[in-house]
Ligand binder design. Structure first.
Ligand code: ZN
Length: 169
């Protein structure tokens, strides 16, 4: 890890916080070329009713439209959580140069956890990758979110059951 990676990962974390404020799972992504941020985005599948609205896909789309080219040869993509199958595929199609992710995702992360998709020999494009950048911060943001959501759901359930008891009584 270097200062540069840490700098851009902090920016991805700030994007993830935007998703969290909207009630979405907090994942944020930033596309960088050289020292310039080309695009940044966050997870919004619930809000946009769009299963592909992951942070990475949205940032890649935005970067491609800004550059007028779907091939993002010199791009580096920073994302707070290890990418899923769909996003990894999109990165290969976009021909990005490098992927940098924060927290590992043992369930659906396919870079170095559940699978190693980018290492598959059948791929016609190789992407360099580094994982675990600011891992503690990235993981904490997600853990806190899920913890809070569990508590909120428990409270809703409690409210419902007390309403039910009141009706019965
Ligand atoms: Zn994804």
């Amino acid at each position: 890890m270097n200062d540069r990676d840490e700098y851009w990962m902090r920016r991805a974390l700030a994007n993830a916080a935007c998703a969290e404020r909207l009630g979405e799972v907090p994942v944020g992504a930033v596309v960088v070329i050289g020292d310039q941020c080309i695009a940044e985005s966050y997870n919004t599948p619930i809000r946009s009713q769009e299963p592909t609205a992951h942070a990475e896909i949205q940032a890649l789309k935005l970067a491609a439209s800004r550059l007028g080219n779907y091939r993002l040869d010199d791009a580096e993509l920073y994302v707070t959580l290890e990418p899923c199958m769909m996003c990894s595929g999109a990165m290969v199609h976009a021909r990005i140069k490098r992927l940098i992710f924060g927290a590992h995702d043992p369930k659906t992360g396919v870079i170095s956890s559940a699978a190693k998709l980018l290492d598959e020999p059948y791929l016609n494009h190789q992407i360099d990758y580094s994982g675990g950048i600011l891992e503690d911060d990235c993981a904490r943001q997600l853990k806190d979110f899920f913890k809070r959501r569990r508590l909120e759901n428990q409270q809703k359930l409690k409210l419902k059951s007390s309403e039910f008891k009141q009706k019965k009584g």
